[in-house]
Structures are given as structure tokens and as C-alpha cells.
Write a protein that binds this ligand. Structure first.
Ligand code: OFO
Length: 165
């Protein structure tokens, strides 16, 4: 059984994962209308992953005797100054999510909720991967700079880049 404090903290994380999904969906749309199909595909996949992260939490809360809350979401940014800015935002967002997961892990320990603590370890590992992937992409974008040919190749190769990391 979840304590009220843990239930509230998990529900807050459900909202964060849902918002992450919307943020990356908006990025996918922006990339798609700018003609970068590879980047758009990558962002659609990220958006789907975040929805999966949300659903995993929803099911956990309901299975543990809580009630998962589906709430109104903050509208995401829909335009960006550049691809660099867009990927910077992705990286910053993943760092924010990691901090939020860490806080959740901390609460699970203070509440002595070891089942939730165990469940959250999956998210801890996932955040290490996602931050590393975002950092790798950002490094590549910084190398490309304003080079149009570089951006073309980056768009073509982004799916592989992410598999390698
Ligand atoms: Fe990329 O954040 Fe979910 O967990």
C-alpha cells in the first residue's frame, strides 16, 4: 500500500512524464515541418518512450492501492530558434527529469517504501542512458555548427547515433 506522500510524489512524476511526451511531440512536429525527417522520427520515438514511462508509473500506482491521476498538462514550446536550441532544451529537460527521479527515490527511502524504491531503480538507469544520449547528440550538433551539409548527414544518421550510445 502506498502512503499518501508517495502516492502524491508518484502522481507528480506521472505528470512530468506526460509533459515530457508532449514536449518531444512538439519537437517532432517542428523538425518535421522543417524537413528533417530523421530528427522528427527520433523525437516521435522519444515522445512514445515518455508515454511508456508514464504508463508504467500509472500501472504501478493503481496496482499498489493508489489512484493514478491524469491531469491537465503545461503546453510545450512549439517553435525553436535552431536545432541546437531544440537539443539543448531536450538535454536540460532530461537533467530536470533525473533530478525529479532522484527526489522521488529519496522520498521512497524516507517513507521506508522499499517496493517503490525498487521500482524506481528502472527509472534511475533509464535517466543515465537518456542523459548520456542527449549529451552525445548535443556534442555532435556543436561540431556541426552552421554547416548545412553536416545537418543533412546528422538528420540521415541520427537513429544510428542513438543506437550506438
Ligand atoms: Fe526521458 O524521462 Fe522519462 O523517465
Amino acid at each position: 500500500m502506498l502512503s499518501k506522500k508517495i502516492e502524491k510524489a508518484l502522481n507528480d512524476q506521472i505528470k512530468i512524464e506526460a509533459e515530457s511526451s508532449q514536449i518531444y511531440l512538439a519537437m517532432a512536429c517542428w523538425a518535421e515541418v522543417k524537413g528533417l525527417e530523421g530528427v522528427a522520427g527520433f523525437m516521435y520515438d522519444q515522445s512514445q518512450e515518455e508515454r511508456d514511462h508514464m504508463l508504467k508509473l500509472v500501472k504501478f500506482v493503481n496496482e499498489r492501492g493508489g489512484h493514478a491521476q491524469i491531469s491537465a498538462l503545461k503546453a510545450p514550446n512549439v517553435t525553436f530558434k535552431s536545432f541546437k536550441e531544440m537539443f539543448e532544451k531536450l538535454f536540460e529537460h532530461e537533467v530536470f527529469v533525473s533530478e525529479s527521479i532522484n527526489e522521488l527515490v529519496h522520498i521512497s527511502l524516507t517513507e521506508k517504501d522499499y517496493a517503490t524504491h525498487n521500482f524506481l531503480q528502472w527509472y534511475v538507469s533509464e535517466q543515465i542512458e537518456e542523459e548520456a544520449m542527449a549529451r552525445t547528440i548535443l556534442d555532435k550538433i556543436n561540431l556541426i555548427g552552421d554547416d548545412k551539409g553536416g545537418l543533412y548527414l546528422f538528420d540521415r544518421d541520427i537513429q544510428q547515433i542513438t543506437i550506438v550510445t
